[in-house]
Ligand binder design. Structure first.
Ligand SMILES: C[S@@+](CC[C@H](N)C(=O)[O-])C[C@H]1O[C@@H](n2cnc3c(N)ncnc32)[C@H](O)[C@@H]1O
Length: 276
């Protein structure tokens, strides 16, 4: 088993924080060894120093891609923090339906992992807009840094037991059983979600238009306070006035940290300048 020295850990942790925002405290040494052990063994490296040299000299991007696939924590599930979806359907969508006059809805699931969150948003949109949907551009942008989870998300195949938490009407309308054990998201819903690889540390964000809603849930728990503050500011600049930011329930913002107004646990709004 390969071990890691304090110096090697600090070096690698600094690289990961600088490139991906993910902050690894000293206590995470065992996690880093566990997740990267096989990567080092496959390449015949005998130490983390050797691995680090390879990582920083690799110009293909492969080493960095493997690293982030191993280091990111991608745990997610359908209907996670479900009160957010109720609020999105009952308050946010009626507001947007009345105010977005060009019918171009811009909704972003940032840190979407294997797709459960953006597919849920697409199902809500489909059900809510109903027959009117063809008049709207209501596709959801879904991004993540990890190529492995994005591959899974794009396929839209899940264990049947994992989709059981979805309401029966959605299971019936938007999900097909492949066999007893696996189910697939219908093409109709798949076509409403655009998956892209994107690093939230990119500065500035490249989007031409602002979003009406951003979901960035359970992503910033892995960032330190300053990285989180900077990201929140980028989100603020990327949201329309009146738009909403949803974060994870364990990631609340304090008032000094941002210009967003608190609406309910883990939901914030970019207020109109006139306070509407
Ligand atoms: C725990 S999952 C959250 C999934 C979903 N939003 C939810 O709440 O269930 C966190 C995701 O954030 C992604 N992530 C971490 N750092 C990132 C970064 N710098 N840029 C983009 N995505 C990142 C990870 O790859 C991971 O899939």
């Amino acid at each position: 088993m390969i071990t890691i020295t304090d110096k090697e850990f600090k070096q690698l942790a600094a690289y990961i924080k600088a490139h991906y925002g993910i902050y690894l405290k000293n206590e995470k040494q065992a996690l880093v060894i566990g997740r990267l052990q096989h990567v080092l063994m496959d390449r015949n490296f005998h130490s983390f120093s050797e691995y680090y040299e390879y990582l920083i000299s690799d110009k293909t991007g492969n080493a960095a891609a493997i690293l982030i696939n191993k280091i990111s924590t991608n745990h997610t599930f359908f209907m996670r923090e479900a009160d957010h979806f109720d609020f999105f359907r009952d308050k946010v969508l009626p507001f947007l339906k009345n105010t977005v006059l060009d019918k171009d809805l811009r909704i972003w699931s940032a840190g979407c992992s294997s797709g459960e969150e953006p597919y849920t948003l697409a199902m809500i949109l489909d059900e809510y807009l109903g027959w009117d949907k063809n008049q709207w551009d209501a596709r959801v942008l879904a991004t993540d840094i990890s190529s492995i989870v994005l591959d899974k998300a794009t396929k839209g195949i899940y264990k049947t037991e994992d989709v059981l938490s979805l309401p029966p009407y959605w299971r019936h309308s938007y999900i097909k059983k492949l066999d007893g054990e696996t189910s697939v998201i219908s093409d109709k819903i798949k076509n409403d979600v655009i998956f892209r690889q994107f690093n939230l540390m990119n500065n500035p964000f490249p989007f031409k238009k602002k979003f009406h809603v951003i979901f960035c849930r359970n992503v910033m728990i892995y960032f330190d306070a300053q990285t989180k503050r900077e990201l929140i500011n980028k989100f603020y600049d990327s949201i329309e006035y009146g738009g909403y930011l949803f974060i994870g329930h364990s990631e609340s913002l304090n008032h000094e940290e941002s210009k967003f107004r608190y609406i309910m646990p883990a939901v914030y709004r970019k207020e109109y300048l006139n306070g509407r």
